[in-house]
Design a protein around this ligand. Structure first.
Ligand SMILES: [Zn+2]
Ligand SMILES: [Zn+2]
Ligand SMILES: [Zn+2]
Ligand SMILES: [Zn+2]
Length: 397
């Protein structure tokens, strides 16, 4: 690989950024060490004050200062713990920063591992020849065509965006672009069960990808990304493979294969098994939007099997609805009540005055203002005792 090779320039850019990252990590180590030294100083100070008090024979003061020393020692102990923890993380996660030579070797290895590797750079706006400036540098490796569980997803271009290494060193530095996209029918942005809007959800592989990048194992990181693309994890897909070419349910939007869609006889659309139901009266399948429940009978009814009560305007299932009156069972007069009334009418022909009273028992008939029996007009066959009792009333007073 010559120095003119764009891969070599890319190696330089990657090397510089990974080194900067490693130096930031070292800062955490130095900060912890600094805090440790501060607390150590405080501990020494507390000890010297006790010594001074003892020298002057201020034994009471020397005794009181012990609390101060104990506090300082406890802080020291805590800082020692923190320092060692940072040191451990350093030892585990940040080995010596990768050398330029090792990055060049990694990129050369990448060329051996992938059939097609290229360095892409943004065209300069002044029209000058495209140069691999750091601003837009992307190391791109192309995968073979990927097929998962019979779904052809085409080849992908895995791109390492070099400048992203400035702010983070993890799987988000990569993107994955479908070169012959076969996106999920429910979402054009999902070109792979684990890729949405060109960004990869690396799942369990995230930690390993991060680790490889931080250690400058660029080729390993690419291979890990490729293996995520070549593996289907049914637990965390953006769109599941069995619903890849399915249609979205018009109710909940979930993408489902055609074999899992159910037709609503009422509105003529196809719904998923969660959103389809059936009419309790005629058994026809209907979507939840087309079914309404009769609140009294509890029956779910399709549009053909329900009515609205003319009086209380509630949904009434067709079995309970009184077609003749257009009323629900609660609003329609009971048949036996009607008959009872008829019988009473027949028996009481001799006493026409009672008729308005009986018809009043039917709550649903509009009361006729004229027929309302007036207290004065009421027949009074038995004289009330009131007028007789009156003369005795003042007696207790
Ligand atoms: Zn649905
Ligand atoms: Zn429907
Ligand atoms: Zn029905
Ligand atoms: Zn009603």
């Amino acid at each position: 690989m010559t120095r003119d090779d764009p891969l070599f320039r890319a190696a330089g850019q990657i090397h510089r950024r990974l080194n900067r990252y490693t130096l930031c990590q070292v800062d955490a180590y130095l900060c912890a060490a600094g805090r440790l030294m501060d607390v150590q100083l405080l501990t020494g100070l507390a000890w010297r004050r006790i010594e001074k008090a003892r020298r002057h024979g201020w034994h009471l003061a020397a005794h009181a200062l012990r609390a101060e020393l104990s506090t300082a020692v406890r802080s020291l102990q805590a800082e020692v713990g923190r320092f060692l923890a940072v040191g451990d993380i350093q030892a585990r996660e940040t080995p010596p920063p990768p050398t330029l030579r090792s990055i060049v070797e990694e990129l050369a290895q990448l060329r051996a591992e992938f059939e097609h590797v290229e360095i892409r750079a943004k065209q300069r706006s002044d029209g000058a020849a495209a140069r691999a400036t750091a601003a837009g540098m992307v190391v791109v490796a192309r995968t073979e065509a990927i097929e998962l569980e019979g779904v052809a997803l085409g080849p992908f271009a895995i791109g390492l965006h070099v400048t992203r290494l400035d702010s983070r060193v993890d799987s988000d530095c990569f993107n994955c672009v479908a070169l012959d996209p076969n996106p999920a029918s429910a979402n054009e942005e999902v070109t792979h069960p684990h890729v949405q809007s060109n960004s990869l959800c690396a799942g369990d592989a995230s930690a390993a990808i991060t680790q490889a990048l931080r250690q400058g194992r660029i080729n390993d990181a690419f291979c890990l990304v490729r293996s995520v693309l070549q593996t289907y994890n049914p637990h965390s897909p953006y769109v599941a493979l069995d619903a890849w070419s399915g249609s979205p349910c018009p109710d909940c939007g979930r993408s489902v294969g055609s074999e899992s869609l159910y037709y609503c006889e009422a509105c003529g659309n196809d719904y998923c098994d969660d959103c389809i139901g059936s009419c309790d009266l005629c058994d026809q399948s209907a979507c939840s939007g087309c079914l309404e429940r009769d609140p009294m009978s509890g029956q779910r009814c399709c549009p053909g099997c329900r009515h609205t009560c003319d009086h209380c305007h509630r949904v009434v299932d067709a079995d309970s609805f009184d077609e003749a009156t257009g009323l629900c069972p609660e609003c329609a007069p009971e048949p036996d009540e009607q008959e009872q009334q008829k019988e009473d009418d027949d028996n009481d022909v001799t006493d026409p005055q009672l008729q308005p009273l009986i018809s009043e028992n039917n709550d649903h008939e509009q009361p006729q203002p004229g027929s309302e029996p007036q207290p004065d007009a009421e027949p009074d066959p038995q004289p009330t005792p009131m007028p007789i009792a009156l003369p005795f009333e003042p007696a207790p007073a």
